[in-house]
Design a protein around this ligand. Sequence first.
Ligand code: TYD
Ligand code: MG
Length: 456
Amino acid sequence: MSKTSSSFFCKNCGASSPKWLGKCPACGEWNTFIEEVIHKEKTDYKKTWKKENPDKRALKPMLIDEVEKGNEQRIAIKDKEFERVLGGGIVPGSVILIGGEPGIGKSTLMLQVALQFSNKKVLYISGEESDNQIKMRAERLPFSNKECYLFTEVSTQKIGKALQELEPDIVIIDSIQTLQSELIDSTPGSISQIKETAGDLIRFAKETGTPVFLIGHITKDGTLAGPKLLEHMVDTVLQFEGDRHHVYRILRTTKNRFGSTSEIGIYEMQNSGLREVSNPSEILISQRDETLSGVAISATIEGMRPLLIETQALVSQAVYGTPQRNSNGYDAKRLNMLLAILEKKCGLRMGMQDVFVNIAGGLRVEDPGIDLSIIAAIVSSYENVALDSKICFIGEIGLSGEIRAVNRIEQRITEAEKLGFATVYVSKFNKLPKAKNKIRIIETAKLEEFLKLLFG
Ligand code: TYD
Ligand code: MG
């Protein structure tokens, strides 16, 4: 006879306890325990896969010097943005979680990746949409793969059986929150279900060397729904983000065991699916006929790529007692620091002004190399003087108003030159090779000096 019982799980970290607790002993959060009914008695459901992970090694301790590097053959992807974000292709046996808000295009992206493979058996498992809906979506996309299988199912036991029979090369699950293990009574999307179903799929991936993509939902505060544990369990976590009302989407890595986490991929949502944007600098700079005040261009580095971005600022007389400071895509604390430097070192009365800063295109930039451009945009708006649209600004600002050197300056300058910029302002401390570029390079060391050069 089967015996059911319930257990309490922490919503934050997934820790379990037989009784309710006010504070989670594992992660220290308060009021996170919720009750879930689980089926304690497990059948001896044991999976044996016909396919074995070719990379399986001896299960005993080994000297690190003696470990032979397996011939880790990454699976190439036609979609070059996606391939780069993963760190150069899919590692066999890896589990990749893709999160994003509803309607952002996760299903479209994964279906399109599935259809772009050739000579690879891909299994797309959907618990959210019907075969018909997926077929209709596939018809909109300009790709086709003769070996792409569809399976609309939510039970992990049935999915396990299909995996045994079909032996796919790549598996896509849409989405992890809809899966349900028959061994657990709680509803799909609950912590115990996610832990169990993801655990099953991860075991499958590791034992057979088959890569598995898991699509995940996002909660209101922007984190992946389900226990944080899920993010620890998988190898790579990708975020698909962007404004649903704009056409551009950004794919970024927040965790990657097999590559850098600073790469981003940019897509444009079209009627026929997502188009790769391989030259993002062109789209990130807004088209404008006349020159407007409060706009300056900078060159930053995202992962391996130089990227030209547009920084915008609006400075206006504060109406209320406390001036507002608002920043979109740029660190708000850093903005406050720049305003304090302008006040103290350059004598600009920023204390009485509202200041808004924005990076165009919905991008978030952490690189301090765009400081100089932010300053140029702020002063341009403050003085109401438009800057020449053919100037690019690269430099980090130090606390005493010095303009500091930035990394990979040559790559940034070359990108600006490639896009037709005539002048670039850089730090004097960047050691530049002489007369290599056609673009005019102006070197400055101090903020006062820079503002004098620019605004007279
Ligand atoms: P979808 O992949 O269903 O989002 P998610 O799985 O993240 O919830 O995509 C949703 C949006 O994309 C939908 O509003 C329609 C739009 N879309 C296009 O604009 N062009 C297309 O070719 C496709 C397939 C979808
Ligand atoms: Mg979807």
